[in-house]
Design a protein around this ligand. Structure first.
Ligand SMILES: [Zn+2]
Ligand SMILES: [Zn+2]
Length: 218
């Protein structure tokens, strides 16, 4: 059990590191948003009302229909969910529900559209896979991204970041799922990918999923 705690801690730390820097990462199915600092004038950016967004639902249904997923196109719902903290979006296949973070509004329409497609790609990939289990950001998801017009989408979803950027940060990567883990400092002990340890080793440390340093800066 102690090992499990270390894994989780490592994961949380990487999330915190990401929220401070120029890049954002995805933890599991959640896209991470950087923290935006208030502007000097104290101006508050436009916020969306919590709840369902009919216009985005029409757009989502159209995108899924065009991609050949007509059966779920009429079921899909899109909501603004203020309970999302650092995650930009989330997809729930069972509920056919895409949740978006109201703070995305500060990042503009392009980012809203991109996040919507990123999350829809999770639904489309699972729809095509049927009952088969697939990795959240595996080959099926990437193919769905291509079909939804965001072929260059990566799980390291970089959002515009209006404040300071931090240079020379470290990037670790899981050799199995290729999830990136940005860190401010070098890891002093072996750290493994929590998602893979959970999926393949009942949440216990597994050297196969030891994070590897892949770059000295972002
Ligand atoms: Zn995702
Ligand atoms: Zn992994």
């Amino acid at each position: 059990m102690r090992l499990l705690k270390q894994l989780e801690l490592a994961f949380e730390k990487s999330t915190i590191a990401a929220s401070r820097g120029a890049a954002s990462i995805i933890a599991g199915r959640a896209l991470r948003l950087p923290n935006l600092e208030k502007t000097a004038t104290g101006a508050v950016a436009l916020q969306f009302q919590p709840g369902r967004d009919c216009a985005l639902e029409v757009q989502a249904g159209h995108l899924l229909h065009t991609a050949g997923a007509g059966r779920i196109a009429s079921e899909v719902r899109v909501e603004w969910n203020p309970r999302l903290k650092s995650a930009a979006g989330r997809a729930d296949y069972r509920a056919k529900l895409v949740s978006l973070n109201p703070r995305l509004a500060q990042h503009g329409e392009v980012e809203i559209g991109r996040t919507l497609r990123h999350e829809l790609a999770h639904l489309l990939a699972q729809f095509r896979a049927g009952r088969r289990r697939i990795l959240p950001h595996g080959a099926e998801w990437r193919e769905a991204c291509r079909d939804l017009g965001i072929a260059d989408e990566t799980r390291c979803h970089a959002l515009p970041f209006p404040t300071k950027s931090y240079a020379a940060r470290l990037m670790y990567r899981c050799p199995h799922c290729r999830q990136d883990f940005p860190r401010v400092r070098r890891a002093r002990r072996a750290v493994a990918c929590l998602a893979c340890c959970r999926a393949y080793n009942r949440g216990e440390f597994d050297a196969r999923f030891k994070l590897r340093l892949c770059s000295g800066g972002l």
